[in-house]
Design a protein around this ligand. Structure first.
Ligand SMILES: [Zn+2]
Length: 308
């Protein structure tokens, strides 16, 4: 049975001023509250991690860009890095004006994407400001820790199996791997000349067991560095997160917006296995007509030479 908090009126929360201070810290770390800050908050307020996690949800929602719904959702992955350090990885929903609703990034996708891109190895908990929609329950079912992590809502706690019984997942398509537990990469790009090495690495890190379209996006800014996104597929196909949406979500977690004062250029790199990211990328970017034209690059893969 789901766990329901019995003292709903006594939940710990941050003041508006504390929220603003934390927002600036998280923005500085591009959507991450590092383990040292998490530990310091637990100690300072004498609260367990779960209480701090839930209290951070209104801060996560501040990163949302929701011009259509005006419904601002926050999600936070509580995850372990390769050193076993526990960080909070923030996420928020992203909507695209004048474009199809099916293109939106959900807050849970944003937080999971943020954790994945930043090297989280194990998801312990996912906190969400509102109940996860069916699309997000399916997206979460692709995760390596889908059976073990806790889903924390403001006043309830669940396991994914309680929210998604009789689930369809990677195993149903014969895929023994999962997001955060990908197949070992056996390939490399045929050429690396003149291309951003990190963009190539991101593309090779894409989770693409169903299409094999290794793809990534780089958004270059004038004054705030580069933002990268990787393609993350789902066994049910539709909840897959495109590399451009992945990169835009990261840019928003730095407190930036997709406008011509910020964005200098956008590159899509893909291998075009059994699908193509160009059209969906152009559809998303049609929401920002003032931005530079998307640069699209297609590269072939070859088998990585064996190191003797
Ligand atoms: Zn959702």
């Amino acid at each position: 049975m789901p766990t329901t908090l019995t003292q709903a009126g006594t939940a710990f929360s941050f003041s508006a001023e504390q929220q603003q201070q934390l927002y600036l810290i998280i923005k500085h770390h591009v959507g991450i509250l590092p383990s040292s800050d998490v530990a310091a908050l637990c100690k300072q307020y004498d609260q367990p991690v779960d209480a701090i996690l839930r209290a951070c949800l209104p801060i996560a929602a501040q990163f949302a860009v929701a011009p259509i719904s005006q419904f601002f959702v926050g999600a936070i992955v509580c995850g372990l890095d390769s050193q076993g350090e526990l960080h909070f990885y923030f996420g928020a929903n992203v909507e695209f004006s004048q474009q199809a609703l099916s293109l939106v990034v959900h807050a849970e996708q944003s937080a999971i994407n943020n954790a994945w891109l930043n090297g989280a190895k194990k998801i312990v908990k996912i906190a969400i400001s509102d109940a996860p929609c069916g699309y997000c329950r399916q997206f979460m079912n692709e995760l390596a820790d889908a059976q073990s992590f806790d889903i924390l809502l403001p006043k309830q706690q669940f396991k994914l199996a309680e929210l998604l019984p009789c689930a369809f997942g990677p195993n149903d398509l014969g895929n023994v791997y999962s997001l955060f537990n990908p197949a070992p990469q056996q390939h490399q790009f045929v050429t690396r000349a003149e291309l951003d090495a990190k963009l190539l690495d991101c593309a090779l890190s894409a989770y693409v067991p169903y299409s094999e379209n290794y793809s990534a996006v780089k958004i270059s800014t004038f004054n705030n560095g580069d933002f990268y996104g990787c393609y993350a597929e789902n066994a049910a196909y539709s909840p897959s997160l495109s590399p451009l949406q992945s990169a835009i979500s990261q840019l928003h977690l730095a407190g930036l917006l997709m406008n011509k004062e910020v964005v200098q250029g956008i590159e899509l790199l893909q291998t075009q296995g059994k699908e193509n990211q160009l059209s969906v990328s152009q559809a998303v970017l049609a929401s920002y007509p003032e931005l530079p034209v998307l640069q699209s690059i297609s590269l072939a893969l070859c088998i990585k030479p064996t190191v003797v």
